[in-house]
Design a protein around this ligand. Structure first.
Ligand code: EPZ
Length: 418
């Protein structure tokens, strides 16, 4: 296993260009299953999850060519329809193959995506939506088996919760179903727009309204397309928070700053000095930030994927803060680890109470879920002395070689095997 050794009181200078979004790339890679024609993708991040998705698609017979940050995926010879547990358990996004396989082949057998550190991660909203389109499901030995009698038929589907993955699964299936589908209370995350944008380039007829309604006119088949994956708003937000915590002049570039409005407006409210342009955010040193009370919410609310990172920042702010986590039932795994670094955070049910003005001190800590891990990196950069972060494979799922990307901008971050 790998661990990171981080020297605290780090310097940070210059700027960083943000790569393609993991959570946009994963569903768009899967959408290649909907057609025999090649899908060419650009600006893919180099992440373990992307490699795992390629492995999963190849296990179905997809032909994938990869060159630098480009991929060409061709699914003209799909063989087995059996996603094995070992790949699926590592990556929740595997469940996204359900909709496309059912829409194109009328059947699919996928290992149920076990729970993970942040929660049980059920798929009931996915299955209910696909059932509305005409799929039937049974369960055997930890697998979900889906089948379609004839073909999927478009329907009016209202989601009980704007689940990102369920919206993506239903959207992809509906794109080649017969007739019209309307998804109401759909997720409004920017990654949904990027998926719809890619599908429309492939010949789909999707209209994403900005009120959680998506209208789809099913087409017979999709054609080849080329698509550049949008910039990763969560990685961008993570680096903005890092620069604010270190109180350094820094610039985060090649982003879509309107996708980060919930974060930038919050940081400015706390007292940060940001210059927000269309495709970049400049951070300037400021006085100490003030604590604040926030809660996570579906987009355009404050993203749960930045909750751990903003919590690390709140430990340094003036005064106390609170975070109510509304999306996942167990997304405070970073709290005991941040406390080992000198934070003082208490959790009561779904609310974290964060004391401010903490002097963080280096320590040995354990990474857990992807975003919890990066919040430990941010805290370690601000702590006094050296920190060791174990089990960084979590980090590699969503952050490209952070010891190089961040390490090349001032901080001393070393990776070693143990
Ligand atoms: C996506 O996960 C992201 N993953 C997550 O990012 C992100 O945290 C999440 O959306 C919320 O924004 C990818 O895009 C690959 P959900 P997803 O379905 O689709 C419950 C990261 O760090 N739910 O919107 O799984 C679920 O348990 C990852 O990159 C059901 O109850 O999220 C959760 O409490 C972590 N039944 C809530 O909804 C369902 O059928 C949100 O889940 C589906 C979801």
């Amino acid at each position: 296993m790998d661990r990171l050794i981080i020297k605290g009181k780090a310097d940070l200078k210059g700027s960083i260009k943000i790569k393609g979004s993991k959570n946009s790339a994963l569903p768009i890679m899967v959408s290649a299953l909907l057609t025999r024609s090649p899908l060419k993708l650009k600006n893919l991040p180099k992440l373990d999850d992307i490699d795992n998705m390629s492995k999963l698609l190849r296990s179905y017979g997809a032909n994938i060519k990869s060159k630098q940050d480009n991929l060409e995926i061709k699914c003209n010879n799909i063989t087995n329809r059996d996603a094995d547990y070992d790949i699926v358990r590592k990556m929740r996004a595997s469940i996204l193959i359900l909709g496309p396989l059912l829409a194109r082949f009328g059947k699919a057998r996928i290992s149920l995506p076990g729970g993970c550190a942040i929660g049980t991660r059920p798929i009931d909203i996915h299955l209910e939506g696909l059932k509305k389109l005409g799929a039937n499901f049974s369960f055997e030995n930890g697998y979900v088996v889906g089948a379609v009698e004839d073909e999927l038929i478009g329907k009016h589907i209202t989601l009980p919760f704007p689940s990102v993955g369920a919206t993506e699964n239903i959207l992809m299936a509906a794109s080649i179903a017969k007739g019209k589908t309307i998804i109401e209370n759909a997720a409004r995350e920017p990654e949904i727009n990027d998926l719809a944008f890619a599908l429309n380039k492939m010949g789909a007829k999707i209209n994403v309204k900005n009120n959680g309604i998506i209208k789809i006119d099913g087409v017979n088949s999709l054609t080849q397309a080329t698509h550049k994956i949008m910039s990763d708003r969560i990685v961008a937000g993570t680096f903005v928070i890092a620069a604010v915590m270190l109180n350094k002049k820094f610039e985060v570039k090649e982003i879509i700053s309107s996708n980060l409005e919930a974060l930038t407006s919050l940081l400015i409210k706390m007292g940060a000095k940001l210059k927000v342009k269309k495709t970049s955010i400049q951070i300037m040193p400021s006085k100490k930030l003030n604590g604040i009370k926030i809660q996570t919410a579906p987009y355009p609310g404050f993203p749960t994927d930045l909750q751990a990172q903003i919590m690390a920042l709140m430990s340094l702010a003036n005064g106390n803060s609170q975070i109510k986590e509304n999306i996942f039932e167990n997304r405070f795994m970073h709290v005991p680890e941040l406390n080992r670094l000198g934070a003082n955070i208490k959790v009561k049910k779904d609310i974290a109470f964060i004391s401010g003005n903490r002097h963080l001190k280096g320590a040995q800590v354990m990474a857990s879920d992807l975003r919890a891990s990066v919040s430990l990196v941010l805290a370690a950069l601000c702590a006094e002395g050296e920190s060791v972060i174990n089990r960084v494979y979590h980090l590699d799922r969503g952050y490209e070689k952070i010891e190089h990307t961040l390490g090349s901008l001032g901080p001393s971050i070393k990776r070693e095997k143990y």
